[in-house]
Design a protein. Sequence first.
Length: 136
Amino acid sequence: MPQTRPNRTLGPRHDEFWAGCANGELRLQRCAACGVVAWPVTSACEECGSPDLVFETLSGRGTMTSWCTFHYDYYRGVLPLPHDTVLVELEEGPQFISNPFNLDPKDMKVGMPVKVNFIDCEDAGGVFRLPVFERA
Ligand SMILES: [Zn+2]
């Protein structure tokens, strides 16, 4: 049973990100000019301005940078309260906001190795797989 989530951003470039997730791959854009991995999805590199960005499959590994528990209903009932959010520094560089998977906030530590997993979700655009992070 997919979890209901807030609506994703869809369209050019975003669809390629979600197609990767559907295949169990965390695919982000790497700048062909300077090599920086961009996130969130963008039309130009934030480092050098180049529009030459190519999707590649990342390792899915990272380290826990921060986390918090939301008690306020920002999503008007779409997400049950409270819900946990994590900030992960991906091995390839970007900071990635996500949800923890099988991980309680009391067990989280800064610098803890984590890896991506994918859970079944749905929004107004249909069923999709959401990248979430668990203990590595
Ligand atoms: Zn660049």
